[in-house]
Write a protein that binds this ligand. Structure first.
Ligand SMILES: [Zn+2]
Length: 341
């Protein structure tokens, strides 16, 4: 059974192409985090190797081994694991792509098709990307590559052109809330809150329903960020210090926090324009409305710009302390941010 929720046309296309036996040798799935790209890739890997007529069945030995990452013909490459740990790795290395190339040149070992899922195609080093390109240009038989990325903008253009590109989208909040309340038997109010806070990303919403701590941690982080708008200078710089110290060991959590902040700030803008239906953090509507009255629209846009730039800079090795302190200055004095929007 294909399990991805909310990407029906993509799922139907892959399922029917698989049934016809006319799948492409390489796919690029792009779209926001937690919208089902990896789950769809796993489903496709299962469909290609399933032992049942009704593939992917999720029950046969092959499907179960793929789910457990034990199937020798299905590889997942990402920034976790290997060699210096998830926290500090920034690139998928040439060595990893060399291993993939070697494996792709061999016939499938236990299944019918070798599947290589590269989660984070934007993280391929330039050497690794060029090596992968060579394989995509002359694909071996019975091999499918599935590349996952948030956007195709940061993937080598020549790689994009060799792949069938499928774009994953955010899922409508009401549809997601209904799905969650029916599937996980939670009350409507919680389903609505989780769907809304997920920003239409089913992967996050489902994890938050299954694990209350994820939801509690999110709300705690989000509320701290909300408090920063009216915090004094000392509190703001203390936050900058904490965050930049944490960045060395857990860069991903800092970037995720900035993305929460981006959403929160966008909500303030929506509150200014009375676009309540667009607000994601609907459970803190009153504080958002209050902040909307304290800042000008240009101030909020300047802060939004600064957060976006900070996310970008942190991805490009700018000193975290400098980035975070600049952000705090933008909060103190948003009109001083030199930007034309
Ligand atoms: Zn199966």
């Amino acid at each position: 059974m294909w399990k991805v929720f909310g990407q029906d046309s993509l799922r139907d296309h892959l399922a029917s192409t698989h049934k016809k036996g006319s799948l492409h040798h390489a796919y690029l799935f792009t779209g926001p985090e937690k919208t089902g790209k990896k789950l769809m890739a796993m489903d496709l890997a299962k469909a290609l190797n399933c032992e049942s007529q009704d593939a992917p069945c999720d029950c046969c030995d092959s499907c179960r081994r793929i789910d457990a990452f034990l199937h020798t013909d299905v590889w997942l490459v990402d920034l976790s694991g290997q060699p210096d740990g998830a926290a500090s790795r920034k690139e998928i290395s040439t060595g990893e792509i060399q291993e993939i190339q070697h494996s792709a040149s061999l016939p499938p070992f236990e299944g019918r098709t070798r599947v290589f899922i590269i989660d984070g195609a934007e993280n391929l080093s330039s050497f690794a990307a060029n090596r992968l390109l060579k394989t995509l240009e002359e694909p071996p038989p019975r091999v499918v590559f599935i590349l996952l990325a948030e956007s195709s903008d940061n993937v080598l253009t020549t790689i994009v052109s060799r792949c069938q590109h499928m774009v994953f989208k955010n899922v409508n909040h009401s549809h997601l809330a209904l799905y969650i309340s029916q599937q996980f038997k939670v009350d409507d109010a919680k389903a609505k809150l989780v769907a809304q806070l997920s920003g239409g990303h089913p992967g996050w919403a489902i994890t938050a329903v299954k694990n209350q701590k994820i939801l509690t941690d999110f709300i705690e982080k989000r509320d701290r960020l909300l408090g920063l708008y009216q915090a004094n200078r000392e509190e703001k710089f203390s936050y900058a210090e904490d965050t930049s110290a944490r960045f060395g060991s857990d860069r991903q959590s800092v970037i995720e926090e900035l993305k929460i902040w981006q959403t929160l700030t966008r909500d303030i803008l929506y509150a200014q324009f009375g676009l309540e239906e667009n607000i994601i953090n609907c459970d803190v509507f009153e504080p958002l409305r209050e902040l909307a009255g304290l800042y000008s629209t240009q101030d909020i846009r300047n802060i939004l710009f600064t957060i976006g730039r900070a996310i970008d800079q942190l991805g490009h090795n700018v000193t975290p302390r400098l980035v975070m302190e600049t952000m705090m200055l933008a909060l103190e004095c948003p009109e001083a941010v030199a930007v034309k929007l």
